[in-house]
Design a protein around this ligand. Structure first.
Ligand code: CA
Length: 425
């Protein structure tokens, strides 16, 4: 597909993240104004809340943009998604008869603040990257038993906390937790010393499923509204002590940061790629009817306080062993209903090479091999480091960008015990 040209000039530049082909959906505010829905185009945001109120969008229907989230649109389903996208392309495309009225609803992106683009209903995180699972398994159990016996059959996941999902730019406080080293007799309560990032892509459920009715992989793909970059912050030392036998709990509950723009399935359609060759055939309910992954290049930047950014990893979403549609289909096998606004983390995305690993745990091999950065070295995240995930799908003469997914790690509270005592007293 070629570049779709827009009358917003900056959208036609080859290195622009938000050409007319993209049209990602977000929620923004400027100054003291209330958050509202917008669509990124070039270096502007098209204020769809204002455009709808002004009669440019869906005038004959119930308002979709009278709340600061995209959940109403998400619940409408694929036909409505398609017609909204067609309408936006018509309004913002070169030669549009609506240019004069639409231009009044453009806001400079740089003057705005992002908010969560949708109300997160529930959050599930998977463990579906083969290189990541192999690396972590090798560190824990040795190379012979790296992959758990179920791994090539099941997209493994756990239920996370929707309340922990924050938008890019939100600072993340280093957590306290129970820590117990291999030589410690008893655990202690202290700030995590092995705080880490996980490079992931989040899939957002638009259409809900019915309780008691599992969906097929093809139906699951239809239900997905779009994708965001996702950093699943992880306290490795808290996890190591708490995770057996029910899996991660507090180690993964500090925060999960997502990028501000929902990149739609329609924008990503030209970049579909197949999941990798199967070593063992999947059970029929998990088999793919068509290519379900996307060719999205990804990178992770680490910037120390006041220092220079180092790109510590580069990889691609196509490295996943299971797609979001397979994960979603598996999620419903129990009869579990999926709701509008459910968020599925892909699992950490790591490539086969050392510089393509999507977490510091893997990059520094459990802290044994610290990596070099512009201003020193790192085994895990240090206080006031900023982590930025970036992603884009590259077409001919244009790209589909996600917008940065960034977060700065603040020092742990120093007075946690004092505050706890005060509250209980
Ligand atoms: Ca994760």
């Amino acid at each position: 597909m070629p570049l779709l040209r827009s009358w917003v000039d900056t959208a036609n530049e080859a290195n622009c993240s938000f050409p007319l082909n993209n049209l990602p959906y977000g929620v923004f505010s400027s100054g003291n104004e209330k958050p509202r829905c917008g669509v990124a185009i070039g270096d502007r945001i098209f204020d769809v809340t204002a455009a709808e109120a002004g009669g440019l969008l869906s005038a004959d229907k119930e308002p979709l943009f009278d709340e600061p989230s995209w959940n109403k649109v998400m619940a409408e389903g694929p036909r409505a998604w398609e017609s909204l996208r067609a309408r936006l392309i018509s309004i913002l495309g070169e030669g549009s008869t609506d240019q004069a009225s639409a231009a009044a609803h453009l806001v400079p992106l740089a003057m705005t603040r992002p908010h969560l683009p949708f109300r997160v209903a529930e959050y599930t995180d998977f463990y579906a990257g083969r290189n990541h699972a192999t690396n972590v398994g090798t560190m824990l159990r040795g190379p012979e038993n790296a992959l758990p016996p179920n791994w090539l059959h099941i997209p493994i996941g756990y239920n996370g906390r929707a309340s922990s999902v924050v938008v890019s730019g939100t600072p993340v406080r280093r957590p306290w937790g129970q820590l117990k080293g291999p030589n410690d007799a008893v655990p202690r309560f202290a700030p995590s010393a092995r705080f880490d990032l996980e490079l992931e892509i989040g899939a957002i459920v638009g259409m809900p499923s019915v309780h008691g009715q599992p969906v097929t992989v093809a139906e699951a793909d239809e239900m997905i509204f779009g994708y965001v970059l996702l950093n699943d912050w992880s306290a490795r030392d808290i996890q190591a002590w708490e995770y057996q036998p029910l899996g991660p709990f507090q180690a993964k509950a500090t925060a999960t940061t997502i990028s501000p723009w929902i990149v739609t399935k329609a924008a990503l359609e030209p970049f579909r790629v197949s999941t990798p060759q199967r070593e063992l055939a999947l059970l029929p309910y998990l088999q793919e009817p068509r290519p379900l992954l996307y060719d999205i290049t990804l990178e992770v930047g680490l910037t120390p306080d006041g220092g220079k950014e180092t790109i510590i990893a580069r990889t691609n979403y196509a490295e996943m062993y299971y797609s979001a549609a397979q994960q979603l289909a598996h999620h419903t096998t129990s009869g579990c209903a999926m709701n509008t606004g459910d968020l599925l983390g892909s699992g950490t995305i790591s490539g086969a090479t050392k510089d393509s690993r999507g977490s510091l745990l893997e990059l520094s091999w459990g802290g044994k091999e610290p990596i070099s950065i512009a201003d020193g070295s790192r085994s895990f995240i240090e206080d006031n480091d900023t982590i930025t995930l970036r992603g884009s799908a590259k077409g001919k003469g244009y790209m589909i960008g996600f917008g940065d997914c960034t977060g700065r790690v603040l020092p742990a509270h120093s007075d946690l015990y004092a505050r706890t005592d005060q509250r209980s007293g």
